[in-house]
Design a protein around this ligand. Structure first.
Ligand code: ATP
Length: 338
């Protein structure tokens, strides 16, 4: 059996809360599902991204996979174990870290918190003491181990939440915006830890609004919109899928008929869209849009035609463009196929 979390047609409909208690439920339309038939695979040993705009259903999916929320219909397995029937066993193998949430107790010290959660996860006592020390060192809290959490800064609490999420040495780690609100160096350390865990065989599911983080860590990304899968692929594949274009902007020192002809000829030959105007200093400026980066060709052509380049700037398509386009596409009748 390949080790993975596999979901089949997972659906979650939250009960409607906008009905006053005296009004009968019968006539109202049911609430739209927050997750609507989601089938995905989160393999062991890699980081898999789950992306979508606000309200797409990412947190709901993570809460179902962490057994905190029961699916309305559909099923999921974790290394072959059933999400609902084997929830107790699954809880030992899975953990979740949610950014901005402090899933630790203020009245307890850092060490006491980890001891408490370790017991909850049935970590053997003989292992637990050493594990707590390792984790406190990992998140840079060894010096504050015996301080009460109420005296901690926000960043320290978040770091302790990360240690809590790793206490049971999970086989699968569900990360919901894990670096939200973290200082850049701590966020970078956390990314390094996540990459290392994946290399060691842990299966990680990551949601993040920091797309650079997603591009850096994720082997594969699932994009969801309104609870449904709209696309799947490597970050590079998704970026290419949307056919967003490279934009090359070139500014020349002075107007010249042959440089102008050269730019227009290149655009005609490649099928690039071209617009011509002038900058604030009235120097000729051209903007070319094409699926490929034409900067090299453009520079060579212009120089060969005697033009002097004062500025050349390329804007490649980004994963952010892709997510926006995919989410947009999902609202149109013919959605981008997954
Ligand atoms: N407890 C709840 N009760 C009712 N509806 C909910 C509840 N939690 C979430 N929803 C709804 O379910 C949908 C999906 O929400 P969810 O939080 O899973 O999205 P998300 O992709 O995590 O969004 P975000 O990026 O904003 O965190 C939204 O329409 C949201 O309003």
């Amino acid at each position: 059996m390949t080790r993975a979390i596999v979901t089949h047609d997972l659906v979650k409909v939250y009960p409607r809360r906008d009905r006053p208690w005296w009004r009968p439920a019968g006539k109202r339309p049911p609430a739209a599902p927050a997750v609507d038939g989601l089938s995905l695979t989160i393999p062991a040993g890699q980081v898999t991204g789950l992306l979508g705009l606000n309200g797409a259903g990412k947190t709901t999916t993570i809460r179902m996979l962490s057994t905190l929320l029961r699916p309305t219909t559909g099923s999921a397995t974790v290394d072959g174990l059933d999400l609902v029937r084997d929830a107790r066993e699954i809880r030992r193998r899975i953990n979740m870290i949610a950014g901005g949430e402090r899933m630790v107790y203020a009245r307890l010290t850092a060490r006491e918190n980890l001891w408490y959660f370790g017991q909850l996860y049935d970590v053997p006592r003989a292992r637990l003491t050493a594990r707590i020390d390792e984790l406190l060192a990992l998140v840079g809290l060894s010096h504050a181990a015996d301080q009460r959490v109420e005296q901690f800064s926000k960043g320290m609490r978040q770091r302790l939440s990360i240690a809590r999420g790793l206490i049971n040495e999970p086989s699968y780690l569900l990360l919901d915006e894990p670096t939200l609100g973290l200082d850049a160096p701590i966020a970078r350390d956390l990314r390094a830890v996540v990459a290392e865990l994946a290399r060691g065989g842990v299966g990680v599911l990551l949601t993040s609004h920091y797309l650079a983080e997603v591009e850096q860590l994720c082997a594969e990304v699932h994009v969801i919109a309104a609870g449904r899968l709209v696309a799947r692929g490597t970050p590079a594949e998704l970026t290419a899928l949307t056919e967003r274009q490279h934009t090359v902007e070139i500014t020349l020192a002075a107007a010249g008929a042959s440089a102008d002809q050269a730019v227009q000829a290149l655009a005609a030959r490649t099928g690039a869209q071209v617009t011509a105007d002038t900058d604030e200093q009235l120097r000729p400026r051209y903007v070319l849009r094409h699926r490929h980066d034409l900067a090299g060709d453009l520079a060579t052509t212009v120089v060969a035609a005697g033009g002097a380049i004062v500025r050349l700037e390329v804007t490649p398509p980004t994963l952010e463009d892709a997510i926006l386009a995919l989410a947009d596409g999902a609202r149109q009748p013919e959605a981008v196929a997954a």
